[in-house]
Design a binder for this molecule. Structure first.
Ligand code: NAD
Length: 458
């Protein structure tokens, strides 16, 4: 028996013995996790610095801070979330009452990516534990220092039968996916999402797939352009564009394109200085392969209006704005996942609708416009996982807004109560009275009985 099979068996035995059931125990584990993250905070900051050159500011605001917030949010509300919810009962069921009760699935598998290696591993863990599951967590091998640090934090917070990190790459992931688990929560690329879902199908294991794609950012001529540029630069260049919900490209109304590009130039300078590649706080690209991929986009798509420099030795790519790009350009063929921002012009908003509707539904969508009418029109017309009006990324940081894709950008949602819901089966229960037994349901019911049923069931 492989060590992974043995681990899953031990977790299943732990779960079956109801060790994760008491809500007070779950709460204690979440407190232990919060304490462990606090104890290891400087090691975690150091690890993300080593893996991606993330600054302390970025590492705290986009990773560690979100983990603290999620734990606090969950602890405050867990006793409400776990309660069975009474629901109405129809007249045909006279005498009975009904409720829906959340119950944990059992052994869950969480597979995380490298781009926010900490929070994308720990946020699902928080919800899975809150819901009463055991967890096998596989962090990304591409952020190895963070993966080691996560393993330490999890080991100090849980016995391995409850939650543990299993380190490794594709092989380990494949072995984990071959096991029968009770829920799989995957964050990563759409291509690997398909592999995960195929593996899950074998055991009919339910999945959440948090995937990616090309998320549009629309800037209408009535937007506050200076503010839009700053918020777009923030959304695109945070983590050097390696953000699942980053604006992938900008669609800007033609008459304000030049003004927007000028404001983007100023915003980039304001956020990262005149020479971002020399800014010690500017995040690096995860691998040489991705630097090459991004360099090819820069040299092979339209013209560079801002940035364009790369530093292969440091694996850094400057915030770059491309003009003269169209849907046939290489940069528009796949999710960019780096600090390269193509700007495409449109005349009428219908052109944007047509282009977006012709492609897979995006994970995020952003609109900058002062018009309430246009805001409503865009939200009504286009399907997307989630997004913001007059901002970027910020919906991701609210525990009250479920995060997830639609179509090829994902299946399911999480954050806050949604994570608890994701990791809970909703069990429906009808409690019937034994004081009487209305004969209407039985085949021996009279023709008058049938008349009554006909009336009640309309
Ligand atoms: P990835 O799909 O390459 O890897 C994710 C995880 O899957 C890693 O742990 C990896 O070890 C594992 N994996 C890789 N190949 C595998 C295979 N063949 N079989 C089984 N497991 C395998 O993704 P990535 O490069 O780490 O992350 C980038 C992608 O993730 C982007 O597309 C991005 O948009 C997406 N993403 C989505 C979200 C979201 O919340 N929706 C968040 C972050 C990233």
């Amino acid at each position: 028996m492989s060590s992974i099979t043995a681990l899953i068996d031990r977790q299943r035995a732990f779960f079956t013995a109801e060790r994760t059931k008491p809500v007070e125990e779950r709460r204690k584990r979440l407190l232990a996790l919060r304490d462990a993250v606090k104890r290891h905070e400087s090691a975690l900051l150091e690890a993300v610095k080593r893996d991606m050159n993330k600054s302390e500011f970025e590492a705290f605001t986009t990773e560690i801070g979100l983990v603290y917030k999620e734990i606090t949010h969950t602890l405050k509300r867990l006793s409400r979330w776990v309660k069975p919810k009474r629901v109405r009962t129809p007249l045909t069921h006279f005498g009975s009452s009904s409720y829906v009760m959340p119950e944990p699935y059992g052994v869950t598998l969480i597979i995380a990516p490298w781009n926010y290696p900490l929070q994308l591993a720990l946020l699902p863990l928080v919800g899975a534990v809150a819901a009463g599951n055991t967890v096998v967590l596989k962090p990304s091998e591409l952020a190895p220092h963070v993966a080691d640090a996560i393993a330490d934090v999890v080991a100090e917070s849980f016995e391995p039968e409850w939650a543990t990190a299993v380190l490794g790459g594709v092989e380990t992931s494949t072995e984990l996916l071959a096991q029968k688990t009770d829920y799989i929560f995957f964050t990563g690329s759409t291509a690997v999402g398909r592999i995960v879902m195929t593996a899950a199908a074998k055991h009919l294991t339910p999945v959440t797939l948090e995937l990616g794609g090309k998320s549009p950012c629309i800037v209408h001529s009535d937007a506050d352009l200076k503010l839009a540029a700053r918020r777009i630069a923030f959304g695109k260049f945070t983590n050097a564009g390696q953000t699942c919900v980053a604006p992938d490209y900008v669609y800007v109304q033609r008459e304000v394109k030049e003004a927007l590009i000028a404001h983007l130039g100023e915003a980039i300078k304001e956020l990262y200085g005149a020479e971002p590649l020399r800014n010690p706080s500017y995040t690096h690209i995860i691998s040489d392969r991705h630097v090459e991929r991004l360099s090819a986009f820069i040299s092979g798509s339209g013209t560079v209006r801002i940035g364009g420099q790369t530093d292969a030795a440091q694996r850094a790519v400057a915030p770059t704005v491309l003009d003269g790009v169209d849907w046939s350009s290489p940069v528009m063929q796949e999710e960019i996942f780096g600090p390269v921002l193509p700007v495409l012009p449109y005349v009428k908003i219908e052109e944007v609708f047509e282009a977006v509707l012709a492609r897979p539904k995006p994970l995020a969508l952003y609109l900058f416009s002062g018009s309430r009418e246009l805001q409503q029109h865009v939200v009504d017309r286009l399907s997307f996982g989630g997004g913001c009006i007059n901002d970027t990324l910020m919906h991701f940081a609210s525990p009250f807004l479920p995060i997830g894709g639609v179509g090829e950008s994902g299946i399911g949602r999480y954050h806050g109560e949604s994570t608890f819901d994701t990791f809970s089966h909703r069990k429906s229960v009808l409690r019937q009275t034994t004081l009487f037994d209305i004969p209407l349901r039985y085949p021996s019911a009279s023709s008058f009985g049938l008349k009554v049923i006909r009336k009640l069931m309309r």
